[in-house]
Ligand binder design. Sequence first.
Ligand code: GLU
Length: 458
Amino acid sequence: MATVSGKMITRYAPSPTGGLHVGSVRTALFNYLAAKKYGGEMILRIEDTDRERSKKEYEKDILEAMEWLGLSYSSMYRQSERGSVYEKHVQKLLDTGSAYESTEDKDGKQSTVIRFKNAGKRVTFADLLRGDISFDTTELGDFVIARAKNDPLYHLAVVIDDFESGVTHVIRGEDHISNTPRQILIQEALGAPRPIYVHIPLVLAPDRSKLSKRHGAMPVGEYKALGYLPEALLNFLALLGWSPQGLSLPGREGKGGDIFTLKELTEAFSFDHLQKSGAVFDIEKLNWINGEHIRRMEDAAFMEKVREFLPKEATQLPQYGAERLEKIAPILRERIAKFSDLELLRKGGELAYFFEAPEYVSKKALIWKNEAEENTIQHITHIVKLLTEIPDESFTQETVKGGIWDYATEKGRGAVLWPMRYALSGLDKSPDPFALAEVFGKDETIQRLTTALKTLQS
Ligand code: GLU
């Protein structure tokens, strides 16, 4: 565990060369959490020295994702705008003989590059997660560090920027371990202090191969478009490679162990709980976590999302209205893992009956197992009678259940409640008939039961 003296400064340093993927977001999250937890700050650095592959649209994705996720940073800069900063340091490397200009033949063309004068020593650094890591740098030779004094390559730019920004902790993916020795050589030549290194395990597919779209991994914007919640995505990513196990968290006594807000993650975060082994991406776990966050949303925020994602077809149905939508909200909340599941519900026919009377596929469908048709007619008739006795203003799940329960118990719950539920929804599977009755209200409930009755009597 690092003891932090002075202010902790972390940095998230994405390259805008492609869609922002979940592994990268997790790196951002850990940098954010560490800085917040220890009263430090996180810098966002756009690493766009590769002019060919860097695109403004990817930078835009990164900035939008950070905003959506609520991962705030103290300052932001682009490497492409720091030519003069780099020039100063490159000049120093040239002056001290740590680097030299070399004119080389590349694809038949002469060009000048700047190479690092590598003494080829052994570099050992302490990684907070992995302990001492040692490399022989002989094989690296005199590697190229810049195309020109104001035009550094990746390794040099990283070192200069970390130095200039006072970065104390470099938290990044373990794919950067092999870059570290080169960067340390440059640091030493510049007289820059060595930051603390934390190389976090990569995010892997369930079969431990490289994570791809096939495993449900997508650029961040797509999670947003599918109706995942930013806090749920962060919660999920935090648990990839970090575990709250054994932590006793103030205020969380008795609460589930896996669900965290960003604030709670910050409070709980510690380097001690980072794991070394590769973390497996499991979309089912993300869906579960997202569903849990949905169930914890404030009503108003939940409704806003429902209105945003509700399929247009549903809003065009005859009984669609704001009030009905509010009433079905608790039912929807239990049935979705992400807001785009509303479209899946619609496709599965599980949305329309809320806003229009169902059609029954057959008489048989209204009848419970081997119950006789006459008995079913009798049950529905009696339910209608019992419901009529409940005053309009107190027509709730509880009163409906209270009114019918004894009769259902006496005649057989399946025999009585199946036709009631089927009459209301027209589906084999749907919420219980009491909840549905409350949603539809007394008149509509009786109306649908009456239609079912006529179907049976026809
Ligand atoms: N720009 C590098 C990347 O996107 C990160 C460099 C670093 O964190 O040192 O992988």
